[in-house]
Design a binder for this molecule. Structure first.
Ligand code: SF4
Length: 72
């Protein structure tokens, strides 16, 4: 059953990229056990609630960043 937290594919352990740190524009298969039957190809910028953090990345990569400050 999928009940994890939402996260981006590029930071997910199921994103079938050979890159150590996949990029947002990269396309790869989703190997999540419940979703793999659909043979999904997803972009790094995509995401879902079956997300699990990719090995070697810190959880801070999925924390929202503050909006850039605009000076006038
Ligand atoms: S679709 Fe979900 S489970 Fe599959 S790689 Fe993206 S975030 Fe991970």
């Amino acid at each position: 059953m999928i009940n994890g937290n939402w996260g981006h594919c590029q930071h997910c352990r199921y994103f079938a990229s050979l890159a150590r740190i996949p990029l947002a524009g990269e396309e790869a298969r989703c190997l999540q056990p419940e979703l793999s039957r659909y043979d999904l190809k997803v972009f790094g910028a995509s995401g879902c609630k079956a997300f699990e953090l990719r090995q070697g990345l810190s959880k801070e990569v999925e924390e929202p960043t503050a909006a850039p400050h605009l000076s006038m």
